[in-house]
Write a protein of this length. Structure first.
Length: 94
């Protein structure tokens, strides 16, 4: 299972996909979103589940799989190993 964090304005989507290309998922979501989306982190074969992450950040929940962009969430995303738009290389998941 691959986990992704996608930024849209003041919100971050924490989701999962079986697709090895996080940008394909982002482009699907971009069609219905007027704000440009950005993949913040993509974790291949994550050891932590989407549900665990949703529970961990439930106090930041906005709607569906979208969470408020806060320093806490950004720092967590920066702390985990994974691909970003900058490095776009494989790292082991958390």
């Amino acid at each position: 299972m691959n986990i992704y964090f996608i930024l849209s304005g003041d919100f971050i989507k924490i989701g999962r996909t079986d697709d090895p290309d996080p940008y394909r998922r982002m482009f699907q979501m971009q069609t219905g979103n007027p704000i440009e989306l950005q993949v913040l982190k993509f974790i291949r074969d994550s050891k932590i589940s989407e549900i665990q992450l949703h529970k961990r950040f439930q106090h930041l929940w906005a709607r569906g799989e979208w969470f408020q962009k806060t320093d806490e969430l950004i720092q967590f995303i920066e702390s985990v190993n994974g691909e970003t738009e900058d490095n776009n290389e494989y790292d082991k998941g958390i």
